[in-house]
Every structure is written in structure tokens, then in C-alpha cells.
Design a protein around this ligand. Sequence first.
Ligand code: NAD
Length: 372
Amino acid sequence: MIIGVPKEIKNNENRVALTPAGAQELVKRGHSVYVQHTAGEGSGFPDEMYVEAGATILPTIEATYEIAEMIMKVKEPIEAEYPLIKEDQLLFTYFHFASYEPLTKAMVASKSVCLAYETVEKPDKSLPLLVPMSEVAGRMAVQKGANYLEKPLGGRGILLGGVPGVLPAKVLILGGGIVGTQAAWMAAGLGADVTIMDLNLQRLRYLADVMPANVNTMMSNEFNIRKLIQNHDLIIGAVLIPGAKAPHLITRDMLKDMLPGTVLVDVAVDQGGCIETCKPTTHQDPTFVIDDVVHYCVANMPGAVPYTSTLALTNATLPYAMQLADKGWKKAAQDNPDLVPGLNIINGDIVYQAVAEAFDMDYTPVIKYLAD
Ligand SMILES: NC(=O)c1ccc[n+]([C@@H]2O[C@H](COP(=O)([O-])OP(=O)(O)OC[C@H]3O[C@@H](n4cnc5c(N)ncnc54)[C@H](O)[C@@H]3O)[C@@H](O)[C@H]2O)c1
């Protein structure tokens, strides 16, 4: 198969979808890998490393889309890329369709095959291609939150871990999945007083078992959220309903009940955000303030640590990319059920129910495309 790896063009996105080591594995299996000039540079992989691995460097994004049967990317295509996408081309990347209607409509119109990293799913319901980035974002959420709690950056001026004789900051984490768990480990490690909320009692039991003593668990509901936001310094949004828009657990009217200088880090912003007042921001301009509450809502947090993120992501995507390249998307999905829910749009049909529902568009069961 001919694989194309374009350079990411989203603001401050330095990750790349394939490392030189990954390119080498694909080339060894008889595939052709084309990498856009400087695509890996931001992650510390210069063109020469790809050439040594057996890949070919192409000068432009246009040439990369033009030649490829499968495009491997990190973030969803942005408007400038829409016209480059070809009918039948396989796009293997994060899409987060449910949060952005124009992208969904553009991909429907392109008649390409969109296999979304975020909805590839294992039989135990875990999301293997979301996990590595969630691990990075969860850890980063605490670093960022601690930073913005500093007074000159608009925060309450409170040190996350306190000091002897002074109480630590209170951290509330909404959602105890991968992001929430990683955030809790980091916040707890720094000495904060942490509470994780989730709807899933089994998950809360597990967290209560494995977390250190400065982490408490609590059932997620409006009553509890309204109570805790009144005295928590850092609130991290980390909920997920797979493939669907995040629910607004913190609404506009709740901001007035928070302490001035409270910091909100809505990691779920890529699924629409679980804090009503969050709108996506960038690494260049990451925060805004409403009612004295600092909002940090960067939609591609792992993009700021591209070295760690690229290696973590490609560790997880490469095994699937090899199956897709070896067999084509249809046979690969027939053989590996993890890939089936990853299929979101095929040849103009939305084959992932939650995406179709999000925009009141027609849904076509994926089986139409998988039957022999
Ligand atoms: N901004 C970024 O850069 C970035 C990076 C990685 C992940 N994310 C996003 O972070 C979010 C969380 O991802 P994850 O991997 O931790 O997902 P996950 O599935 O591991 O965890 C989500 C948790 O949310 C819980 N949940 C669902 N509804 C809830 C509610 N009403 N109240 C409390 N908990 C609720 C679920 O029970 C689950 O435990 C996703 O939206 C993901 O797309 C963003």
C-alpha cells in the first residue's frame, strides 16, 4: 500500500503520525511510505531519519495527499486540507466528528474512508488509540492547572501542594477514566487534596482501592458538583461518552459560586467540553477569564509535548496501521473487530451512529460495507 504522512498544520501541532521506526516496519512489509518534508521535525525526527528508514520525502502536502492510498495523520483535517482528500482514500487519524459539523459534512462529501483513532475499541470497551494521548493530557492538565493557579496568570495564588503549616490546593476531577486517573496521580503526587467524580461506581471502587490517601472519590451528580465547586481551586473536566458530545456538567450559572481565581482545565473540550463556558483555545492563547474564573481549553494538549506524544501515539497506532496496510481497510476490519467501530464515514455514508445522531444526519450500519 502507498502510505502518506502529511505535516500537521493545526496551530502549534508538532506531532507526526509515524516515526522513522514505524516507517521502517511498514517498508519492511513491502509498503511505500511517503513523508511530507519536515513532517517529523517538530517531534525530533528530521527528514534524513525517514530516508534512512526507507521512506521517500515529498516537498508538499498536495503531493503527499495525491499519491497516498492511506493518509496517516494526528489531528483531523482542517479546511485547507478538505479539497486534497480523494474518493476511496483511507484517512487514519483523530477526527472527533461529533464536535464539529463542517468536518463531518466535508468528509461525507469527499467519499473517503474515515477511520477515527478515537473510536477504535477493544472488546472490553477500552479505546486503545485514545489512551496514550489521554495519559499525556491528564498528566499535563495538572501541570497547566498548577501553573495558572499562580496569581500573575489569573489564578488564586495557591500552591498545589501547600507547604508545612499551610493546606494544599483542592483539585476536583470530573471523570475518572484515563485522563482523570492520570491527573489524579499527578495532583496527588504534588500533595494536593484531590476528589474524583464519576458515574461508574465500579470505577470509583477501583480508584478508591489504588489511589493514595489524599485522593477521595464521589458519585457524579449535579448536587455534588454544585457543592464541591464552591471550594475547589482547580477543576479538571475529563468525562467522555464515546463518540458523542460531552455533557455540560458545569453550567454558566455555576461560575458565580466558584472562588475568584479558580482554574478550569476542560480536557474534554475536543468532544465539545463538559464545562458550558469552555470554547477551544490554542497553545498560543490558551486561556480566557469569565466571572474571575480562568478557563484553559486547549483542544490538542499533547501537541505541546510532541516528543513524548508522538512516541506514545505511534506505539499504539502502528500495529493497526500495519494491518490496514497489509490487508486494506475492509479485510483488516473483518479480521480485527477493534477496527470496526473506528469506521465513522465510508463513501459518503455515516456509519457511526453517535456521529449521525449528533447532527441529525442519516445513519448507515457499517455492516453494509463489511459483508462480503
Ligand atoms: N484536550 C486534549 O488535548 C485531549 C487529549 C486526550 C483526551 N482528551 C479528551 O478527554 C476526555 C476524557 O478522555 P478519557 O480517555 O479519560 O476517557 P475515558 O473513557 O477513559 O473516561 C471518561 C470517564 O468519564 C466518565 N463519565 C461519563 N459521564 C460522566 C459524568 N456525567 N460525570 C462524571 N463522569 C462521567 C466515564 O464513566 C469514564 O470513567 C475525552 O473527551 C477525550 O477526547 C482531550
